[in-house]
Design a protein around this ligand. Structure first.
Ligand SMILES: *Cc1c(COP(=O)(O)O)cnc(C)c1O
Length: 226
C-alpha cells in the first residue's frame, strides 16, 4: 500500500491543476474524502495532514468512526442512500447531506435538525445513464428544490450526481454539464445555490471543468475498496 500522504498530495495536485487548466479560481474546489469502509486510523492520518471534510455512506459505520475522531473537529458529509428511519441520526451527526432525493426525507431532516445550525443539503439528481436508482429526475427536480428550500433548519446549497463512469473525457463532461445546467436553471428561479458535488477518483478533472465545487474521492486516496 502506498503512503496515504503521497496519495492525498497527488489528489490535491490533480485538483489544483484542473482548476488552472479550466480557468477555475484557485482553491474553489474542495476535497471530500470518501471514507466508507476505511478505518478511523486512516481517517486520522488524513486529518493530521489537514483534511477537514469526510464523506460517509453508511450511518452506523460513520457513527462508530466519529466518536474516536471527535477531537479533530472534522466536518462530516452524508453521501449514501437515506432511509427514513435514519433521518434523526443523520440530522444530528452530520453537517452536510449530499443525497437528499425526496421530500419526505428532507422534511424529516428538517424536523430533527431543530435547535441546531442549519443542515447543508444538496439534492441528488439522476442524470442520464446513472448507475444507481437513487436521485430525483431532472423533470421533478424544480418542484423538489422549491419545496426543500422552504423547509426550516435546512439550507439548500446545490446538487449532487453520480453518473456512470465514462472513459472519454468529453462524454464525462457532458454528464456533469447537465447537472451544472440544472443548477443554473434553479438559480434563475431565485434559489441561491452555490455548490455542485460531482466527480470522483476517475473523473474529477471532467467535473472541475464543468464547475464542481466538491469532488468526492475515495479510492484515489485510500486505494481500492475490498
Ligand atoms: C464511494 C463513493 C465515492 C468515491 O468513489 P471513488 O471512485 O472511490 O473515488 C463518491 N461518491 C459516492 C456517492 C460514493 O458512494
Amino acid at each position: 500500500m502506498k503512503n496515504i500522504a503521497s496519495e492525498w498530495g497527488a489528489v490535491c495536485q490533480r485538483m489544483r491543476q484542473a482548476e488552472a487548466l479550466y480557468n477555475r479560481e484557485a482553491g474553489s474546489v474542495q476535497l471530500l474524502a470518501v471514507s466508507k469502509t476505511q478505518s478511523a486510523d486512516k481517517l486520522a492520518s488524513l486529518a493530521d495532514l489537514g483534511q477537514q471534510h469526510f464523506g460517509e455512506n453508511y450511518l452506523q459505520e460513520a457513527l462508530a468512526k466519529q466518536r474516536p475522531l471527535q477531537a479533530y473537529g472534522l466536518t462530516w458529509h452524508f453521501i449514501g442512500p437515506i432511509q427514513s428511519n435514519k433521518t434523526q441520526a443523520i440530522a444530528e451527526h452530520f453537517d452536510w447531506v449530499h443525497s437528499v432525493d425526496r421530500l419526505k426525507v428532507a422534511q424529516r431532516l428538517s424536523q430533527y435538525r431543530q435547535g441546531l445550525p442549519a443542515l447543508n443539503v444538496l439534492l441528488q439528481v439522476n442524470i442520464s445513464q446513472e448507475s444507481t436508482k437513487s436521485g430525483v429526475s431532472l423533470a421533478e427536480l424544480p418542484q423538489l428544490a422549491q419545496q426543500v428550500a422552504q423547509l426550516p433548519n435546512l439550507r439548500l446549497r446545490g446538487l449532487m450526481a453520480l453518473p456512470a463512469p465514462e472513459a472519454d473525457l468529453q462524454l464525462a463532461r457532458q454528464a456533469f454539464a447537465q447537472l451544472a445546467q440544472a443548477q443554473q436553471q434553479l438559480r434563475q428561479q431565485a434559489l441561491p445555490l452555490d455548490q455542485l458535488s460531482m466527480g470522483m477518483s476517475a473523473d474529477l478533472e471532467a467535473a472541475i471543468a464543468e464547475g464542481a465545487t466538491w469532488v468526492r474521492v475515495g479510492s484515489a486516496l485510500f486505494g481500492p475498496r475490498h
